[in-house]
Write a protein that binds this ligand. Sequence first.
Ligand SMILES: O=C(O)C(=O)Cc1ccccc1
Length: 306
Amino acid sequence: MPKLAYLGPEGTFAEEALRILAPDAERLPSANVSAALDAARRGEADGAVVPLENSLEGGIATTLDELAWGEPLLITAEVLLPVEFSLLARPGTEIGNIKRIFSHPAALTQCRGFVARELPDAVTIAAPSTAGAAQEVALPGSPYDAAIAARIAGEHYGLVELASGIGDRSDTVTRFVHVTRPAPLPEPTGADRTSLVVFLSDDHPGALLEMLTEFAVRGVNLTRIESRPTGDGIGRYFFHFDFEGHVADARVGEAISGLHRVCADVRFLGSYPRADRLSPQIKRGTADADFAEAAGWLARIRTGQV
Ligand SMILES: O=C(O)C(=O)Cc1ccccc1
């Protein structure tokens, strides 16, 4: 039975994602995303389940930076989890008396409208996780009046639900990924996604266009592009890409070899089945057979067979 680290404690959205991705896995709750990834790196766990992207907020910075800079890990699976938030407090708490709200920053951001409308005088305080906030609020004498977390976390820690469905949008989805230490890749399924980090060799006009061209001319459709600061000063960025296809696909292999040739560094983060099972539309001339035919043609003309 594999052991997987995740952002704990019990009752987080990460745990919900883990249960979908690996229902039989042993669960190792970690204090934060970095600790969960380190547990996988050190071999204390066989892998980790961490949030990568949210449909409202975009990429989760800690995860993106860990995957870019830390000891290499590979993404092997993903899940799209609809997230629904509740306002949870100790039994007996009146909503009008809530002055300090504790939750994970992603939850606080996604419930900004509710807090501004219903609790305009309350302050929000960042917690390591939604369930961690619920656990803390449940303690007698806690400095926090309420937590924002999943309903199930409230039930688990003995809190009452003062309001439900408090997210600014009802259709918010978080994409969680399962990562492992480097290992053989999942087989191509025809509906795959590949993730990559690219560091530019130097800053020059058109550098971003050059990267994008490698994808465009091979008919590779991007599903996410995000710049993150390198930390080397204002204006210095590296790039995260997610795109359709598997590294075993000729068009994907050619695109990322192209990036490897022209960029300072390319870190491959994995090719894995898409949770939504959507297959890419293959543009004319970019199927595996087209690349093989073109390679054959090139080989023939190189030997004078015109
Ligand atoms: O804190 C949690 O429960 C998490 O899993 C992180 C998170 C927080 C808010 C939305 C999605 C994921």
